[in-house]
Design a protein around this ligand. Structure first.
Ligand code: PLP
Length: 429
């Protein structure tokens, strides 16, 4: 029995690689950037996951952001169970989506109406279509290193997944589609102004705090300047808050910086670990969306009752105390990691926003993708393997945020810092 169970992970990987590209359902999960084999996860509880070989890890992936309450939170599980007994999907309106829409509109300052979809990709793709419908313009501007899902128009210089694999964009995107997307450096408002004055833009799309080239906060004034440029040139400002929404604050990044986008996309946290996305705007803009207006967008499983139930249960855990705890956990971890970096002599720095954090193997302040690319990715890979051996599962790429949850308690945080102390020593010459 023990021999077969010891081989479970390897055996699963072999089967998975024969059946699915890279053995995965999303590319970065394949561990190509860090080497070694991805553990196949069989269970999660709180801030820990267990793999097919029975090893447990403190989890800093947290499903790449959705699990702000941790794995299998009792309230979320109960909500899903209750709804599952009543049916999993109807293709008809439900009270749950009304409740979740009310919570989202009440929390996020710029929203008057929302439409639920099934992923962040769909939300971003639909937001773009809405911006084009409302402005009658084609071109969009995005920032190198920002990821907005895998819709064709948004795949150029699209951050973590592509950067991890060293791809500038994706094969299969037509030159015509790519030509409508203009990319400039994050935090470079003057480059945005130059483009917006030359090209009629439908939208300026931005992660208000970038999370897909590692954690890169906006420079003071950057988002305010984007708002001014959009107003002056007739472009719509789109905040992709798929990561930041309900994570940095209930009202998302826009409630922190006090800048109101025209369109907001959400996902991850609002689905509580089930597939979800949403886009929203003012009543006037959302009146362009079918059946009220001419912009078509639909979905068989949109507003799925299980996802709505999990999302509602999650949002109800997110009171002021919860955000205070996430901030305290983030600050404590940042301080611990900085101390570990100092004592190891590693050339590394930590960047953090609330419960999002990245340890970059560079001594340069990371303000954009070029800065992020100065990181020593070989060293990150060695660090990742060293942490995994010590029972801490980091996202398998230098260009991702570590995601903290409400379930990351003091012992778990201490385990992370202890593992980082030893791992940094190990990988620093
Ligand atoms: C994850 C992410 C998306 C895509 O969401 P999916 O649910 O993976 O399609 C879009 N934008 C940002 C900022 C994200 O982090």
């Amino acid at each position: 029995m023990s021999t077969t169970s010891v081989a479970r992970n390897e055996e699963l990987l072999a089967r998975a690689e024969a059946l699915m590209p890279g053995g995965v359902s999303s590319p970065v999960r394949a561990y190509r950037a860090v080497g070694g084999h991805p553990p196949f996860i069989v269970a999660g509880e709180g801030c820990r996951v267990r793999d097919a070989d029975g090893r447990t890890f403190v989890d800093l992936v947290c499903s790449w952001g959705p699990l702000i309450a941790g794995h299998a939170h009792p309230a979320v599980v109960a909500a899903i169970e209750r709804q599952a007994r009543l049916g999993t999907s109807y293709g008809a309106p439900t009270p749950l989506e009304v409740e979740l829409a009310a919570e989202v509109v009440a929390a996020v300052p710029s929203l008057e109406m929302v439409r639920f979809v099934s992923s962040g990709t769909e939300a971003a793709m639909s937001a773009l279509r809405l911006a084009r419908a409302a402005t009658g313009r084609a071109a969009i501007l995005k920032f190198a290193g920002c990821y907005h899902g895998h819709a064709d128009a948004l795949l150029s210089k699209a951050g973590s997944g592509l950067a991890t694999l060293g791809l500038p964009g994706s094969a299969g995107v037509t030159p015509e589609t790519a030509a409508d997307t203009i990319t400039v450096a994050y935090n470079d408002a003057s480059a945005v102004r130059d483009v917006a004055e030359r090209v009629p833009l439908a939208a300026i799309v931005v992660e208000p705090f970038a999370g897909n080239m590692g954690c890169v906060p906006p420079q003071p004034g950057f988002l305010e300047e984007l708002r001014r440029i959009a107003d002056a040139t007739g472009a719509l400002l789109v905040f992709d808050e798929v990561i930041t929404g309900f994570r940095l604050a209930r009202g998302g990044a826009q409630s922190i910086v006090g800048v109101r986008p025209d369109i907001t996309t959400l996902g991850k946290v609002i689905g509580g670990g089930l597939p979800v996305g949403a886009y929203g705007a003012s009543r006037a803009l959302m009146s362009q969306v079918a059946p009220l207006g001419p912009m078509y967008q639909a979905g068989t499983l949109s507003g799925n009752p299980l996802a709505m139930a999990a999302g509602l249960a999650t949002l109800r855990l997110l009171d002021d105390g919860a955000y205070a705890r996430l901030e305290a956990a983030g600050a404590w971890l940042e301080a611990g990691l900085n101390d570990a970096i100092r004592s190891s002599g590693a050339r590394a720095r930590v960047q953090r926003a609330g419960s999002l954090l990245t340890l970059f193997f560079t001594d340069r302040v990371v303000r954009d993708e070029d800065d992020a690319m100065t990181s020593d990715r070989e060293r990150f890979a060695a660090f990742h393997r060293a942490m995994l051996r010590r029972g801490v599962m980091l996202p398998p790429s230098q260009f991702e945020c570590w995601f903290l949850s409400l379930a990351h308690d003091d012992p778990a945080l201490e385990e992370i810092v202890t593992a980082a102390r030893a791992s940094l020593k190990e990988v620093t010459p």
